[in-house]
Structures are given as structure tokens and as C-alpha cells.
Design a protein around this ligand. Structure first.
Ligand SMILES: Cc1cc2nc3c(=O)[nH]c(=O)nc-3n(C[C@H](O)[C@H](O)[C@H](O)COP(=O)(O)O)c2cc1C
Length: 360
């Protein structure tokens, strides 16, 4: 029976344990979306994770609407990330870049252009901007002729990630951003080959995944999806049919792993009564599966032991606990993560959480 602390091979990636650091946007980059030295400190502190998945990293100016988040579309950004990947590697860790196009969930004051999505449907709620939160704007529906460019943009960002020293990439297909908007019929009302049936709505995901795998190797390509429950205004009327189509599309590509962010009924950062899709995915997808949301050591161990998951990713616990793997192993208490400092700039609430050894 595998434990959280057993090694595992995800495609071309060898991890010394099954604890994954989930992607966490922390907004410590510059306004030009360039990583800063403090980000190297933060990730170095967390190098005990079996794998680190970076915060969402913009694949293009069009797709990057989070103030002070980092990108991977120009040379300055690649150079900035090299400082981070070097720090993680020197500390013995491994890190993937999470490739992010925010779709309709951006504000034009950050990106400089109207948001884009599968359809001209405005998301409910507010976008982040440098001047506080602003109501989401109506997106422009991407033209059929623009979609090959989206896949190519992800592929180029993946090449840039490898040039910056990342060990691989994770495509961000979750949480109501561009790829998720195409997947789910609440946000995708297209009538062309990219809308309608689940097979059509999965098309962009498949093309992006194939393009990225072609650019950097399927064994270094991972994917994150959130298939149960609404995410930032994006939802689906039939999650099981969509999950089946997703599994069937991914199966032949041979990615390193699929990570599912699954909402649970009592979830503390998003909750849903829609059943989680991992059991169904597991039946139709033979690749490695990493599960997320609201895990502790016990529930993580239970999902590994039952064979539902190959690895478990932790988000907020890694914010408050740079040495999370040691704490899970020894049962040491966890520091709470300070939500008021999630997206502030600077070291407070970022690199100042103590490790057990330092605290002692
Ligand atoms: C501050 C913060 C930033 C996040 N940023 C991202 C992100 O960039 N990409 C992503 O896929 N999920 C992001 N998430 C979601 C987390 O990866 C994770 O799914 C969520 O925190 C639930 O897992 P947990 O219960 O272990 O914290 C973020 C969550 C938090 C709290």
C-alpha cells in the first residue's frame, strides 16, 4: 500500500514523495510580470515537496490579468524564472510551471485588451486590477482562426519554461479560466466544432495538450482540471459526460499526470455537492492521478490507500508550512496560512512562516 512518503514516477519526472505543492498565485512579481528574487526564496523553502507546481504563469499578455503575477512570454521573464528554478534545484527540489490563460476572467486595464473567451458571456463577479476589483467585462468570442494560435502560445510558453530551467509544465485547465470555459457548457455556447457536444468542447484542451506535449514531451506535460461544481462562474450541466470525454481525449496523449481540483461538500475554498469525478476518470484514464482540495494527512493517505489517487496536492497548507512534508511525516502541528496576505507584495505572509526546526 503506497504512503504519502513513497517515491513515484510521473512520466519523465521522478518525485521522492507523493506530496505535491498545488499551484498558488501569490502576486510577488513586478508590474511587467517578471519574477522577483523573493520568489526564489519562497520556492526554495518549499523544495521538500515531491513536486512543486508553480503559481499560474501567464502564457501571453492577453491571458494575464492578475496584478503582480508572473509571465513566461518574454526573455526578461525567462531570466527571472531561472533564479527561481536554480534555487529549487540547489535545494534538491523539482518544479513545474503552471501555464495560465485567464480567458474572460481578466480586466482590460491589466491586459490592455478586451477579454476573450469561447462565447461573449460575461462572468459573474469581479476581476482583479491594479485599482482594486472591477466588474468582469464582456469577452469577445475567439474566432475559429484564432484557436490554433492559442495552442501555439501554450506550446511556446512551455518551451520558454524549459529554457527557464523548469522540469516540466502543467497546463491550467481548471477554475473557470480559458480552457475550462471551453470545456463547460455554462460558458461555452459555440455552435462550431469547439462547442455543443462534450467531444467538441474538449477539442481545445486536446489541441493545447498535444501542442505542449509536442513542444516539451508528454512525459513533462501535466494538466489541471476542475470538473465538479461551479468555478468562478463556469459550470457544466452534465459533469459525468464531460469527464468521460476528457478522459478519452487524454488517454492516448500519455501526459505525466492529471491533477483534479475537486470541490467537496464542506470545502473551505469552494464547496459543491456535485460528486467528485475522480472515480470515473480513474476508470477511463490510465495515467497518474493527483487529487486536491481540503486534504489533511489522514484523508490524503486514505485516497492513496484506496487506489483512487497516486499523489495528493496541498495548497494552503504549503503557504503556512514551508516544511509541510516533514510536518505530515512527524505529525507536527500546522501553521495557519494568513489569507489577508495571500496576494500582498513583500515577505510578510510569504517567506516568513517558520519551519519546525527554526521554530524550535
Ligand atoms: C492564495 C491562493 C492562490 C491560488 N492560486 C492558484 C493558481 O494560480 N492556480 C490554480 O490552479 N489554483 C490556484 N489556487 C487553488 C489551489 O491550488 C487549491 O486548489 C486550493 O487552495 C484548494 O487546495 P487546499 O485545500 O489544499 O488549499 C489558489 C488557492 C489559493 C488559496
Amino acid at each position: 500500500m503506497p504512503t504519502l512518503f513513497d517515491p513515484i514516477q510521473y512520466g519523465a519526472l521522478s518525485a521522492p514523495n507523493r506530496v505535491v505543492m498545488a499551484p498558488l498565485t501569490r502576486a510577488r512579481a513586478t508590474r511587467a510580470h517578471v519574477p522577483t528574487p523573493i520568489m526564489a526564496d519562497y520556492y526554495r523553502q518549499r523544495a521538500g515537496a515531491g513536486l512543486i507546481i508553480s503559481e499560474g504563469v501567464g502564457v501571453s499578455q492577453q491571458g494575464m490579468g492578475w496584478p503582480h503575477a508572473a509571465g513566461l512570454w518574454n526573455e526578461e521573464q525567462v531570466e527571472g524564472w531561472r533564479g527561481v528554478t536554480d534555487a529549487v534545484h540547489q535545494a534538491g527540489g523539482r518544479i513545474l510551471a503552471q501555464l495560465w490563460h485567464m480567458g474572460r476572467l481578466v480586466h482590460s486595464s491589466v491586459t490592455g485588451e478586451q477579454p476573450v473567451g469561447p462565447s461573449a458571456l460575461t462572468a459573474p463577479g469581479h476581476a482583479h486590477s491594479y485599482d482594486g476589483n472591477k466588474p468582469y467585462e464582456q469577452p469577445r468570442a475567439l474566432g475559429l482562426d484564432e484557436l490554433p494560435g492559442i495552442a501555439a502560445t501554450f506550446a511556446q510558453a512551455a518551451r520558454n519554461a524549459i529554457a527557464a530551467g523548469f522540469d516540466g509544465v502543467q497546463i491550467h485547465g481548471a477554475n473557470g479560466y480559458l480552457i475550462d470555459e471551453f470545456l463547460r457548457d455554462g460558458a461555452n455556447h459555440r455552435t462550431d466544432a469547439y462547442g455543443g457536444s462534450p467531444e467538441n468542447r474538449v477539442r481545445l484542451l486536446r489541441e493545447v495538450t498535444q501542442a505542449v506535449a509536442g513542444a516539451v514531451g508528454a512525459g513533462r506535460t501535466a494538466l489541471r482540471l476542475s470538473l465538479n461544481g461551479a468555478s468562478q462562474g463556469t459550470d457544466d450541466s452534465d459533469p459525468a459526460s464531460l469527464s468521460l470525454a476528457v478522459a478519452q481525449a487524454l488517454e492516448p496523449i500519455g501526459i505525466a499526470f492529471l491533477e483534479l481540483r475537486e470541490l467537496k461538500p464542506g470545502g473551505t475554498r469552494g464547496a459543491s455537492d456535485v460528486p467528485r469525478q475522480s472515480p470515473l476518470i480513474r476508470q477511463h484514464f490510465s495515467g497518474k492521478l493527483v487529487l486536491n482540495s481540503d486534504y489533511d494527512a489522514q484523508s490524503a493517505q486514505a485516497d492513496l490507500a484506496s487506489g483512487l489517487a497516486d499523489g495528493i496536492s496541498f495548497g494552503r497548507p504549503f503557504i503556512g508550512n514551508p516544511d509541510l512534508v516533514d510536518r505530515l511525516r512527524t505529525g507536527a502541528p500546522l501553521n495557519p496560512a494568513r489569507a489577508d496576505l495571500f496576494y500582498t507584495q513583500g515577505a510578510e505572509g510569504y517567506t516568513d512562516y517558520p519551519a519546525v526546526q527554526a521554530a524550535a
